[in-house]
Design a protein around this ligand. Structure first.
Ligand code: SAH
Ligand code: SF4
Length: 368
């Protein structure tokens, strides 16, 4: 069965053309799937009967299965989604007065092993398919509509999710071939219709792929910086050994030529006594001098067995002040969803245990 969530706009048109259907049918099917969140082909009532029958035989709308659904007191809602073979990923909904943001995962686990990230500690399991990535947005919209969430734009007929951030589990640029078709669906007028400015991809700095993203599907870009020197960044974000700061800054400048926003967001996790001194802040101003940017300071979210602690609020304020005096806009991220472990870098802690258990069972099988 063809999962319709796997097909980017051009691929859906091709798939239907191969079955003798006209291009406008692709737009119709796309609207059913991605705007009305239809799960059932039979419900697509304005499609000609023969098309509906052949679709029902050959295609389906298959989002990842929901294993868990928890809402924190602040309204942050986390879905735990099955990624097969004991793996799971998470999508996190963050409601705000003027928008609904969904934080989406791109991989089960992550190979890049950043020192302060619980996903990294899990190791890499596998890339999500396009359908599994798009399925997170499809499912969130559907679930929130079913719950009749209270938002002015929903009453006006728009979908609950207005902004997408690829900041969940995994490194999206390491799964480029499945992520870009998903981005195209997020942007397509007959699918989710989000503007490029409302779709943000966060990367730890895979330089060649930043260039490819610029050429193939420029969306708003966030770069996980976390350190002002190569020596420190090598330790915190190991991919820096391959793509050091000078080449990363150059890639950011190139990206700005085509970026939908006129700045890059630098994410910076605040780790006490590691990367949070006045000197670090001044060095950051130095290395980012030629890049139009904003800084987003993220208080470190602890997880079991981590060596790091969170910088105090006073220190974060002082750090922000130095950057601001240097002429950079700074925001400090509110930590949300803490109590359901849905904050950045805390995702799927419980899944890690399951993954380890799986590895243990596999080992037993091999030995038996
Ligand atoms: N792999 C991508 C996107 C997912 S991580 C990336 O690294 O950019 C999303 C953001 O959460 C990144 O900026 C990441 O550095 C940050 N993060 C990871 N672990 C964290 C933690 N424990 N506390 C706070 N932020 C964390
Ligand atoms: Fe992977 Fe991002 Fe976590 Fe680093 S911070 S290990 S790149 S998910």
């Amino acid at each position: 069965m063809q999962n319709l969530l796997d097909l980017e706009p051009a691929a859906l048109a091709r798939w239907l053309a191969e079955r003798g259907e006209k291009p406008f049918r692709a737009r119709q099917v796309s609207r059913w799937v991605h705007q009305r969140f239809a799960a059932d082909i039979a419900s697509m009532t304005d499609l000609a009967k023969p098309l509906r029958a052949s679709l029902a035989r050959e295609a389906e709308v298959r989002a990842p299965q929901v294993l868990g659904d928890t809402t924190a007191p602040d309204g942050t809602r986390k879905w735990l989604l099955d990624a097969g073979r004991g793996n799971a990923v998470e999508a996190v909904y963050i409601p705000e007065d003027d928008r609904g943001t969904l934080c989406i995962s791109s991989q089960a686990g992550c190979a890049l092993d950043c020192a302060f990230c619980s996903t990294g500690k899990q190791g890499f399991n596998r890339n999500l398919t396009t359908g599994e990535i798009v399925g997170q947005l499809w499912h969130a919209n559907r679930a929130l509509l079913a719950d009749e969430i209270d938002a002015a734009w929903v009453e006006a007929g728009r979908a609950p999710i207005t902004n997408v951030v690829m900041m969940g589990m995994g490194e999206p640029l390491a799964n480029f071939d499945n992520v870009v078709p998903a981005l195209r669906l997020f942007l397509d007028d007959n699918a989710y219709g989000l503007s490029r400015r409302r779709v943000t991809l966060s990367t730890s700095g895979l330089v060649p792929w930043i260039d490819r993203l610029r050429d193939e599907c420029p969306v708003a870009l966030a770069v996980s910086l976390h350190a002002p020197t190569d020596a420190l960044r090598d330790r915190l974000v190991p991919i820096n050994r391959k793509h050091p700061l000078a080449s990363l800054m150059a890639a950011c400048t190139r990206y700005l030529d085509k970026a939908p926003r006129d700045f890059i967001t630098f994410e910076y996790v605040m780790l006490e006594d590691v990367n949070d001194s006045d000197q670090h802040a001044r060095e950051l101003l130095g290395i980012t001098q030629r890049v139009r940017c904003k800084f987003n300071l993220i208080p470190f979210n602890p997880f079991p067995a981590t060596e790091f602690t969170r910088t105090s609020p006073e220190r974060i304020r002082r750090f922000a002040e130095i950057l601001q005096r240097g002429g950079v806009t700074v925001t400090t991220r509110k930590t949300r969803g803490d109590d359901i472990a849905a904050a950045c870098g805390q995702l799927a802690g419980d899944v890690a245990d399951r993954t380890r258990r799986q590895a243990f069972y596999r080992l037993k099988e091999v030995r038996a």
